[in-house]
Design a protein around this ligand. Sequence first.
Ligand code: 5GP
Length: 166
Amino acid sequence: MILITEDKIKNRVKELGREIRNDYKGKQVVLICVLKGSVFFMTDLARELDETTTEIDFMQISSYKGTESTGKINLINDITSDLKGKNAIVVEDIIDTGLTLDFLINHINSKKPESLKICSFLNKNKINYKIDYTGFEIPNEFVIGYGLDFDGKYRNLPNISIFKQK
Ligand code: 5GP
């Protein structure tokens, strides 16, 4: 079942881009893509930002198996940028239990960026932490598409759908 259509996603990413552009006028920004889930979101968002002040970087972590969190975060690949004097924006696909977010905040802060903000495409609204930029708030369902997978599949769906196991 489609929860968020491709058109709605496009419009919302443009809006978020506008907001971030206004907030960071003239400042050096590093968008940190958390692989693999936020790859489509980050690349779409990056193209809405100022090309002379925006850098991108990637890190990869893992925590999920199927539709369940393993409760343990593994850092598979780290970013390579020096964040000193730069404004980091961690770009997440979805915030569920907040475990990943906690890890990311500690990890990126230890690299001493000028500032750190969080931008998440989706938020299941289960945690009491204010996310700086959110695409959509969604119900507590397992979703796929626009980067989000079920066992590695469905990431290339252009919309966000609720996944029901047959
Ligand atoms: P958290 O650490 O907040 O529990 O979970 C965050 C990570 O779990 C996300 O980055 C994502 O990889 C995965 N995740 C959480 N909820 C969902 C979901 O509904 N669908 C998919 N495909 N992944 C999810």
